[in-house]
Design a protein around this ligand. Structure first.
Ligand code: DAH
Length: 339
């Protein structure tokens, strides 16, 4: 025997009352109000009723449908509320917890050394200028007295883009650019990256940094060069540091010298840093070659100048007593944060 409307209603309401699942609510809805649902079935069977019965039954069915729908909606809202409350409980934030700390970066030892070095030269009235890393052979070699086939080109083999364009092997290229610019007097340093076709080892890298210095004016002498480097050494390595010029050769300076400073660790007595000699080589320098001045459009009879080139890694390694250049390029944070 088929269920009465009242039975359908009671059964549905009981089921709705005891569930807390949205899926079960859907099932109830389909089983009663769906296409093949129990109420729908009663409506379909209305044709078997006496015509005068039909409106009454129709009205009752509608009442039951409405009652069930209301219960379903109410339950749905209740479930939604419960889920939201639970979610909020799960996701409560303790605003009194300490925040996540921002990881602070750290300046690279190269950068620290460069900034220290720039400070010293800016203090002496120098301007800091930069030049391109991809450079013409003309500035990197030619105007520096290193014509094609000069043996110095072998020592500074590099990466060629074309026959005439290369990755610069030295920041000395900036000297030529600035002199050719023709603004005199000149008093600049030029830090930057340079490249050579070198294998990586504890003291070599195919890419490293130099800081070039150039002063051109009237009456500039070797004494000015020596005084400038003395001042730099004292400020950079410590007030008791002394310098020593050893004769050397560079194609673009005459005379040329290499400069040693007294070991900042032992003060000149000899130790592991200076390998027992008491001296450490830090740069190359000299008086700008008259032919270089001339090629760059400066009259060597009126003007003279000096230049120097400091290996940035070299002074950074020395200053921080690092014994392997590769450490500077590996960017291991545990290493970097020691400086
Ligand atoms: N450019 C030279 C090098 O890479 C270093 C150097 C020596 C630069 C003497 C100078 C200089 O300006 O006068 O070996």
């Amino acid at each position: 025997m088929s269920k009465t409307l009242q039975e359908i209603r009671q059964e549905a309401e009981a089921k709705i009352a005891e569930t807390l699942s949205a899926d079960v609510l859907d099932e109830i809805k389909v089983s009663i109000l769906g296409k093949k649902g129990e109420l729908t079935q009663i409506l379909k069977n209305m044709k078997d009723l006496a015509p005068e019965e039909r409106p009454k039954v129709g009205q009752q069915v509608n009442e039951v449908r409405k009652a069930i729908e209301e219960k379903l909606e109410a339950k749905k809202a209740e479930i939604k509320h419960i889920m939201l409350t639970e979610k909020m409980k799960r996701e409560t934030i303790d605003v009194t917890l300490p925040g996540k700390k921002m990881m602070r970066g750290h300046r690279h030892p190269n950068q620290i050394a460069l900034e220290d070095l720039e400070k010293v030269f800016i203090g002496m009235g120098y301007q800091v200028v930069e030049g391109p890393e991809v450079e013409f052979d003309r500035y990197n070699f030619e105007l520096l007295n290193i014509p094609a086939n000069h043996p110095a080109k072998d020592e500074q083999d590099t990466f060629y883009i074309t026959k005439d364009i290369l990755l610069r092997t030295q920041t000395s290229s900036v000297q030529a650019r600035i002199m050719e610019g023709g603004d005199l007097p000149i008093k600049i340093i030029s830090p930057g990256r340079v490249f050579r076709a070198d294998e990586v080892d504890a003291t070599h890298s195919p890419s490293f940094h130099q800081v070039e210095g150039l002063v051109v004016g009237k009456g500039v002498t070797m004494a000015d060069l020596k005084g400038t480097l003395d001042q730099f050494a004292r400020e950079f390595f410590g007030p008791d540091t002394k310098t020593k010029l050893r004769p050397h050769h560079f194609p673009f300076t005459e005379p040329s010298a290499e400069v040693d400073v007294t070991c900042f660790k032992c003060g000149g007595k000899g130790c592991n840093v200076c390998k027992g000699s008491g001296w450490i080589e830090i740069l190359g320098c000299g008086m700008v070659h008259p032919h270089v001045l001339e090629m760059c459009g400066i009259d060597p009879k009126v003007y003279s100048g000096f230049a120097f080139g400091i290996g940035l890694e070299r002074v950074a390694l020395l200053k921080y007593e690092i014994d392997d250049m590769r450490l500077l390029y590996e960017n291991d944070v545990r290493f970097l944060k020691q400086f």
